[in-house]
Write a protein that binds this ligand. Structure first.
Ligand SMILES: Cc1cc2nc3c(=O)[nH]c(=O)nc-3n(C[C@H](O)[C@H](O)[C@H](O)COP(=O)(O)OP(=O)(O)OC[C@H]3O[C@@H](n4cnc5c(N)ncnc54)[C@H](O)[C@@H]3O)c2cc1C
Ligand SMILES: NC(=O)c1ccc[n+]([C@@H]2O[C@H](COP(=O)([O-])OP(=O)(O)OC[C@H]3O[C@@H](n4cnc5c(N)ncnc54)[C@H](O)[C@@H]3O)[C@@H](O)[C@H]2O)c1
Length: 465
């Protein structure tokens, strides 16, 4: 049992914790990072990177299977083991890189273990008591699991924490959850020859909020796999080592079966592991421990919160930015600074990709903000047709008073690039006429965006003529 005193303690060594550390060490070497799990980040080990590796394999399989569209004869054979081996080899390359960064930190800056607060300035890690002037909570989140499913299915229940370790692609899988993880993995696995059933409980799909785009996305996904939305799961069990799932949809009962069930039903904040109720009872859950969005501070305490632990939309760039702000403010405390938030940006790596930039349709309606809306279909868009990827649409939202672009939702090929351009434009406060005054090359996917901007301009008062 020992007692130590620090300027800053960072709890969690994922993307947010590492980003905070990089700021803190610029000002003090009296810092400690306490981490309970591996030090190679959720993003590299079980998140962004292995999922994108699987999606890339699926992209090649799909392109190869559809090469005849371009007059190219091809025989495609997917090797279920080799596919997973590449995912795992490159996943290990990325985790190795993340681990190497942490290996450069001095040993006295790192402690393996689970931290618990005794009060706002005192933590306990195993037998050790740690005093600190300030601390940063960056403990991330874990996949949500239904305990009944876990009990019934045991090793046949997968989450994003376990699926990338499978030695080979499964023959069949039920994916429950139609958010980012469900959509990305269900489509990728289907394109790699796995028999996939995707279950959703509502009409939401891949984070899109615009009702027209949701309908379009549902139709496109349904073409590729067995997609059962608006469903309620009644029972899951194992029979002859197969997963059996009973559900209700439109008052009708149904049953599906597969080798595995992947639960992609959201993630749970790891805040409850921290004993924050020793400071105030309402801090036990993230709903009670909301940090200031511009400073990351928890109430007026010397505690800052960053990353997935405190958000409903877990995104790597937001975790890194929040960690940076928390790190800067932890060393400045009590003279803390406010930072402008990033413009919203999210991308689901399906085909076509689903992306949002700025405010979504749902957010604008919820906030009762007046907005004009314009849509353009990519059904006959020139470049998309050349690519044989002429599907989906873009929706743009503009402010009738200022003529600024407020937000966009996209369901098109390579939406990742269009969404970046739009998010950057929104963050710069650009108006629709300013955007239309910029060059658009030919023939490119951005030309569809120009058509949408022209339509949006026509919806804006005073600009319509
Ligand atoms: C399958 C999947 C795909 C994803 N794809 C993308 C994508 O394409 N793009 C994107 O932007 N985002 C993506 N994300 C989200 C992204 O991975 C996360 O936003 C990001 O990794 C969060 O980083 P973090 O630092 O908040 O948490 P983490 O990296 O999870 O770090 C938290 C750390 O805290 C530790 N910890 C927890 N409790 C304690 C405790 N009590 N004491 C000490 N340590 C503790 C944990 O062991 C862990 O090391 C994806 C996520 C998943 C699961
Ligand atoms: N490309 C990316 O940026 C990317 C990729 C993957 C994950 N992520 C992040 O990871 C986080 C977790 O992703 P996720 O997809 O697990 O969560 P999510 O919250 O985005 O989606 C979960 C979905 O599951 C559905 N659902 C919940 N319970 C259900 C049930 N019993 N039956 C059927 N459907 C049910 C919900 O309606 C919801 O649509 C997200 O916040 C996301 O931002 C991002």
């Amino acid at each position: 049992m020992s007692q130590h005193s620090y300027d800053v303690v960072i709890i969690g060594a994922g993307t947010a914790g590492q980003s905070a550390y990089n700021q803190v060490v610029k000002h003090t070497s009296n810092v400690l990072v306490v981490n309970a799990g591996p030090w190679d980040t959720t993003c590299a080990r079980v998140g962004c990177m292995p999922s994108k590796l699987l999606i890339e394999a699926a992209k090649y399989a799909h392109a190869s299977q559809h090469a005849s569209e371009f007059g190219i004869d091809n025989q495609t054979r997917i090797d279920p083991k080799a596919t997973m081996q590449r995912v795992q080899q490159l996943r290990d390359y990325f985790t190795g890189h993340a681990q190497a960064l942490v290996d450069q930190w001095p040993d006295e800056h790192k402690k393996q273990g689970k931290a618990r607060y005794l009060d706002a300035n005192t933590l306990e890690v195993g037998q050790d008591t740690i005093c600190t002037k300030t601390s940063i909570i960056a403990t991330g989140s874990t996949p949500r699991i239904d305990p009944q499913w876990q009990q019934a299915l045991m090793h046949k229940l997968l989450t994003s924490d376990s699926i990338f370790n499978l030695p080979a692609l499964p023959k069949s899988i039920i994916v429950v959850g139609n958010g980012a993880i469900g959509i990305e993995l269900a489509q990728a696995l289907a394109r790699l020859g796995v028999e996939v059933t995707l279950m959703g409980k509502g009409s939401d799909i891949g984070g899109l909020s615009n009702p027209d785009l949701r309908k379009l996305a549902t139709a496109l996904i349904t073409k590729e796999l067995n997609y059962i939305d608006h469903s309620t799961i009644e029972q899951v069990y194992l029979q002859d080592d197969q997963v059996i799932l009973h559900y209700q949809r439109n008052q009708q009962s149904g049953q599906v079966e597969a080798e595995y069930l992947l639960a992609a039903i959201g993630r749970e904040s790891s805040i409850h592991t921290l004993g924050l109720d020793n400071i105030a009872p309402n801090y036990q859950t993230i709903k009670g421990a909301i940090q200031h969005p511009l400073t990351m501070q928890l109430d007026d305490l010397p505690i800052f919160i960053a990353g997935d632990v405190s958000t409903t939309q877990a995104l790597q760039h937001e975790a890194a930015n929040a960690g940076r702000i928390a790190g800067i403010n932890a060393v400045r405390y009590p003279d803390i600074k406010q930072f402008e938030p990033y413009t919203g940006l999210s991308i689901v790596f399906s085909q076509p990709q689903m992306a949002t930039a700025g405010q979504t349709h749902q957010a604008l309606e919820k906030a009762k903000i007046a907005f004009a809306c314009a849509e353009v279909s990519y059904r006959s868009q020139g470049r998309a047709t050349i690519q044989d990827k002429n599907e989906g649409a873009i929706q743009l939202y503009g402010c009738p008073q200022t003529h600024k672009l407020l937000g966009a939702e996209l369901l098109v090929n390579e939406a990742e690039h269009l969404a970046h351009l739009l998010a950057w434009s929104i963050q710069q406060g650009l108006t629709v006429p300013q955007l239309l005054a910029m060059p658009f090359y030919h023939p490119v996917l951005e030309e569809g965006l120009r058509t949408a901007l022209v339509r949006l301009r026509a919806q804006l008062p005073e600009l319509a003529s």
